[in-house]
Every structure is written in structure tokens, then in C-alpha cells.
Design a protein around this ligand. Sequence first.
Ligand code: EPS
Length: 362
Amino acid sequence: MSSNSFGKLFTVTTFGESHGPAIGCVIDGCPPGLAISAEEFRSDLDRRATGRSRYTSQRHEADEVEILSGVYEGKTTGTPIALLIRNTDQRSKDYGDIASSFRPGHADYTYWQKYGIRDPRGGGRSSARETTMRVAAAVLAKKWLAEHHGVRVRGYLAQIGEVVPDAFDWDAVEQNPFFWPDADQVPALETYINALRKSGDSVGARVDVVADGVPPGWGEPIYGKLDGDLASALMSINAVKGVEIGDGFAAVAQRGSEHRDEMNMDGFASNHAGGILGGISSGQPVVASIALKPTSSILIPGRSVNLAGEPVEVVTKGRHDPCVGIRATPIAEAMVALVLIDHALRHRAQCGDVGAVAPRIP
Ligand code: EPS
């Protein structure tokens, strides 16, 4: 299967299946000299992992990273960095029925049509388990971006079903299992997800990511636009059906006089553009949003067909998320960080001699 790598100068290749012995990645192009230890992967991997709260899949994986190469005496050497995480809590018998039928709304059918063979256990390669390695690779990207450019990439759950935050506080985001920015609403969300799980159904969600500190100049017109690469990277996350940059689709109903971000030497007056103009970062925060569809693996029976083309009713057993969006915040952050480090290195390669050009809007 091709297209398991992305990034031009900071290239990440992931491998592995949900119920195989292990998942892993190879990062080629990481700058040398970045201090890194296995413990530093813990925080982001735990933020993304299943089984860390009762509102997500109850599969319990330790997600312990083994650094196999590319790090010597605690520092990256510039050679390929191979990371491995062993799978330890597969329950493949849950997928007995799925092996011979297709879950409606799932990649089961399209993988079968494309390859003529598939690993149904846990969804195989189509499983969100694969996103673990993106988050692991992004630990290096986030650290390098912070140390070299003061960039901070943060995300939060901006909508779940019809529910939107009533208030916004970055400090609240890491204090609850939903990455929700309004602490007062968390009990209501708990009730909402409990009822949803009991009903056997699932729901969609929206995640917003903000990257602060991105300097102007990152992004390559025409075919390597920063927003184009962000859209591609974010769309590659399982269950993502929409990506917006800045105001995104709301721009359709705006006037030019409203949408343009006016500027003077004190700064920009607004950020409708999401920090990207002409595919190049403007120096404002880069803002991207994703829409995630409801999980297709649900207990409510759905009509489908089996391998023989006969009509069947599909009920998906197993330990599925009632809302994949709940765990998507660290994944979306990871994809933004991976695109940003790739563009930081690409900008340095071509335009490193240009330096800061006046006037620079703060
Ligand atoms: C997933 C189904 C579940 C999740 C899995 C993603 O797998 P299983 O049925 O084997 O428990 O637990 O997520 C992870 C294991 C993970 O680490 O994110 C799916 O269908 O995408």
C-alpha cells in the first residue's frame, strides 16, 4: 500500500495495523541535536489514547514508545528516527462478523474494492490506532518548533453534536477528558455522552487548532501552500470530512470589507484569514478547524451486504468511541505541527538568507 509517508524535508512514514504485533513510524529529516527521551512522548500519547476516560474506547494500550534509531546519548543525530509501539490489547474476535460483511459508513467496503483483500481485525490499517504514531512523531516536531521559533500548537474540542462552548478558557481545555474550553459545561457533556453510549449511537464533532508564534513566510506557493498542506494533512485524519482555515466556509457570507484583516504597525485588527495569506504564513496565529463524522462502528443495526452480495444487518460489537472527535484534539495538533516543521525547514532551505524584511507587523 503506498502513500504512507508525508512531508518533504521532515518526512514521516507510519506502518502497522490495529491488531498486528506493533505500530511504528520512521521520521527522516529531523534536525540533529534535539534532546529527546522516551518519557517525553508520554504526555501527548496519553492525551490521545483510548481507555483513559469512560467516554472513549475501553481498549487499554500502554502506548510505550521504543526509540529504535536516530537518537544517541539523548539527542537526535539527523539519521532516521524509528519509533515502535507494541499492541497489547487486541480483541480480534469482536471483528468475526465484520470479516464477511461491510460496516455502512466505514472504510471496510472501499478497502475491499481497492485491494481485494483486507485485515478486518480492528479495522486493520484504517483504524484510528494509526494516529498514535502521528502524535508520537509530532512530539519531536512540537519540541523543535517551540525551541527554534517559539511556536506553540494547541487545540480544543469546539463542538460536539449540536453543543458548542458557552465560554472559552485555554486553562480549562486540559482539565477535562473532552478538551472542552468551558469547565461549567463538562458535567452536561458527561451526561450527553453517557446517554449517547447507552443509545448505541455516535455523534460528530469539531476540533479547532491554533498555532501561535508562527513567523511570516512559511508556505510555498503555488502547489505547496501552507493552507493546502494543512488541509491535506488534517483531511488524512480518520473520520475527517471537512477542514477550514480561519473563517473557512463562513467567508462565503462575508463582505471584503469585513473579511480583510486590516493592519497597522501595532498589528492586525482581526484574523479572518487564519494566519495565512496567499498560502504563506502572515505572522498571525495559524487557525485550522476540522469536522469529524460520527463513528460508523455503532450498535444500532444498519443495512449492508456481505461478501456474497447478500443483504445483511450489521451491528458492530467492540470497544468503539461514541465520538471520535473526543480524542481528535491531540491528533489534529500533531498534524498541524508536522506540517509546520516541514514548512519551517523548507523555508530555511530556500529563503534562509532573506531574513526579517521590514516592515514587519507584530
Ligand atoms: C478503532 C476501534 C477500536 C479503538 C481504536 C480505533 O479498536 P478496537 O476495536 O480494537 O478496540 O480502540 O483505537 C485505538 C486502538 C487507538 O489507539 O486509537 C477504529 O475502528 O478506528
